[in-house]
Design a protein. Structure first.
Length: 194
């Protein structure tokens, strides 16, 4: 396979986050496919609560611009989305809202890369409700999100000591998601931001 650049992150910064573990498992899976993988934490890119008045008065936060450029420079993005009250977390929604405000040139953070999504939850639904909402948000922003997704239920018991998924079915979904992200990501070539 041709090596491409892929980025993985979770919509959670909580210590011990199950979705951080899922994003890490995806990063590991993509690395095994010999891809160039970046794993980031939104802890390193704090953003204020989105407010159009603040944007008008103060401009775009530097971290929003950094994230938008970083995402646009990758061929594929994997987001692990925790479920918060049946939807995405406020952190993830706020991050996507700010990124969507960054002006783009030839290739933007949503029009450029291919997206894949997943969720991990201690509950039986495995974060499925958050994935439906995340897919809708990404579609509204113009992103291509692959149909394969990973939903891990009973996630507090799902990972082994090395961070891999223990259940064969979960591991197969993760692998299918990773392979299609790579396949579609190879069809797009990132352009340099100026």
């Amino acid at each position: 396979m041709q090596q491409i650049r892929l980025l993985c992150f979770a919509g959670s910064i909580r210590s011990g986050s199950l979705n951080q573990r899922l994003a890490g498992a995806m990063a590991k899976e993509l690395s095994l496919l010999e891809m160039d993988v970046t794993f980031l934490s939104l802890t390193d890119y704090p953003l204020p609560l989105f407010n159009a008045d603040d944007e008008k008065d103060k401009g775009l936060p530097e971290n929003a611009v950094k994230l938008a450029r970083m995402i646009a420079a990758h061929d594929g993005i994997f987001i692990a989305s925790p479920e918060h009250n049946g939807s995405v977390t406020p952190l993830l929604k706020n991050t996507l809202d700010w990124i969507s405000r960054v002006p783009v040139q030839a290739r933007g953070p949503f029009s450029g890369p291919v997206y894949a999504i997943g969720a991990a939850s201690p509950g039986k639904l495995g974060g499925m409700r958050s994935l439906a909402h995340l897919r809708d948000i990404l579609t509204a922003l113009g992103a291509l999100t692959i149909p394969e997704q990973i939903s891990v239920s009973a996630a507090h018991e799902a990972f082994d000591a090395k961070g891999s998924l223990k259940d064969d079915r979960d591991a197969a979904f993760l692998s299918a998601c990773a392979r299609n992200l790579v396949h579609l990501g190879q069809r797009k070539k990132p352009l340099e931001w100026t």
